[in-house]
Ligand binder design. Structure first.
Ligand code: PRP
Length: 230
């Protein structure tokens, strides 16, 4: 993937590479969010080999079967339960991709917790990360002084999770951790710390168990890789 940077006055600096932390801290979060929502042209992806293909040519192949996912989610829930005993936890689920993972995870968490949602978007109809993040639905609650666990389906380049972690950190929670179902470290462009990880996946386009390609395949019970049979 080639990413062309179109420089502008990126107030967060998280993606543009500027690292003026003091400047970032002075900016109201709403302004940062509005900026990213309105600057869709900040980055442009130049697809090299990827073209729009007919859906019939794209076939999912099972990478992680549902029974393995179930065992992985149970393991994550055990670790989270152990670490958050006696804590009023807030889970923040990143829509849309993590809706199934979140639903399965919380039913295994015997803890006092709340679940809230934000919706972010980084991919279009492509199989490459767009390198930009849109805040489609912001957080609807205050998290100041609260213990926060972000629930994400997959960390790929890292744009999405870096964006939301920075956004949430600015809201001054008591603690902020990340639980990700899947990690694709081979594609990472922005460093990300994953506190609770389900699975490491290869450098293939992943779908199923909530994760889509062009809004399709979210309903597959297994985690699959898309293969082009065209
Ligand atoms: C996908 C996925 C992650 C993100 C990972 O979401 O669900 O949130 O991309 O990519 P990154 O690490 O390169 O940023 P997407 O933007 O496709 O939206 P969705 O969750 O609604 O499918």
């Amino acid at each position: 993937m080639a990413v062309t940077r179109l420089w502008g006055s990126d107030p967060l600096g998280a993606i543009s590479g500027r690292d003026d932390v003091s400047e970032r801290r002075r900016l109201p979060l709403r302004e940062i969010a509005n900026y990213y929502c309105s600057h869709n042209g900040l980055f442009r992806v130049i697809p090299q080999k990827i073209k729009e293909r007919r859906n019939s040519q794209i076939k999912p192949r099972i990478l992680i079967p549902s029974a393995e996912i179930e065992a992985g989610v149970t393991r994550l829930a055990t670790d989270i339960r152990r670490d958050y005993q006696g804590v009023n936890l807030i889970l923040i689920s990143i829509l849309k991709g993590s809706f199934i993972f979140t639903a399965d995870l919380i039913r295994r968490l015997d803890l006092a917790l709340e679940v809230h949602f934000v919706q972010l978007s980084s991919y279009g109809k492509k199989t490459e990360s767009a390198g930009k993040v849109q805040l489609v639905q912001p957080l609807q609650c205050s998290i100041k002084g609260r213990h926060i666990l972000v629930v994400e389906d997959i960390v790929d380049a890292g744009y999405t999770i870096s964006f939301i972690m920075e956004y949430l950190r600015g809201e001054q929670p008591a603690s902020l951790k990340l639980c990700a179902l899947a990690d694709k470290p081979s594609r990472r462009l922005i460093p990300v710390t994953i506190d609770y990880l389900g699975f490491t996946v290869p450098d293939k386009f992943i779908v199923g168990y909530g994760i889509d390609w062009d809004e399709k395949f979210r309903n597959l019970p297994d985690i699959c890789a898309l293969e082009d049979e065209g």
